[in-house]
Design a protein around this ligand. Structure first.
Ligand SMILES: [Zn+2]
Length: 208
């Protein structure tokens, strides 16, 4: 029954074990900065991925096994850990944050900050270095018909630098996330979108 291999030809997947969205790699530095102090000891040396789905409760997850109902039926996560995946001295603690298919996860409630892009209600922080929110972007667009957030972020990065890796739950520059919200806000209030700020590519990153 327990024939799962941990070799390179197994069925490991980088899709969120809850919503199925493809995860984005994030360094453990980010987790060490944003996971609640009393849950820091659950962070492992595994490679973590970030789930950006709105409404999904999982923020970080490790690579895990694709669903194999033939193999996993009736097996509890704790037994799987003990028998197949890892030898862990503190498996009892870890089992609280393991999914049925062996992914180690952190939920929204495990973080010290709200993950704005995953929330549906305010406050929805989106730029953690300079404290901008989705609400602010839409409010400014409604009041003034424009958005100064991207220029503000860029100019403050130049003068102050940024700390995306330790402040942003995505562990990377927020500009690629901010721009679609700015464009959506401008469109909603009938304004033209500046296509030069429409992209979400790497060029938008604040890193040199
Ligand atoms: Zn998810």
């Amino acid at each position: 029954m327990n024939t799962i291999k941990t070799g390179p030809d197994n069925n490991r997947t980088a899709q969120c074990p809850s919503c199925g969205r493809e995860g984005k790699a994030v360094n453990t530095t980010t987790l060490h900065s944003l996971v609640r102090a009393d849950r820091q000891d659950r962070i492992t040396d595994s490679k973590y991925l970030f789930c950006g789905s709105q409404g999904c409760d999982i923020v970080y997850f490790t690579m895990h096994f694709a669903e194999r109902s033939d193999l996993w039926s009736g097996i509890k996560a704790r037994n799987v850990i003990n028998q197949n995946l890892l030898t862990l001295a503190n498996a009892d603690i870890w089992s609280e944050s393991l999914t049925r298919d062996g992914s180690h996860v952190f939920y929204k409630e495990d973080l010290t900050v709200r993950v704005g892009i995953k929330e549906e209600s305010p406050p929805r922080p989106i730029c953690y270095c300079f404290n901008h929110s989705v609400e602010e972007i839409f409010d400014e667009a409604r009041r003034t018909g424009k958005s100064t957030v991207i220029d503000d972020i860029k100019s403050r990065i130049k003068s102050d630098g940024c700390s995306c890796e330790v402040k942003n739950p995505q562990g990377s520059c927020c500009l690629g996330t901010v721009k679609p919200f700015v464009n959506e806000a401008l469109r909603q209030f009938g304004k033209e979108v500046d296509e030069t700020v429409a992209g979400t590519g790497h060029k938008d990153c604040c890193r040199p």
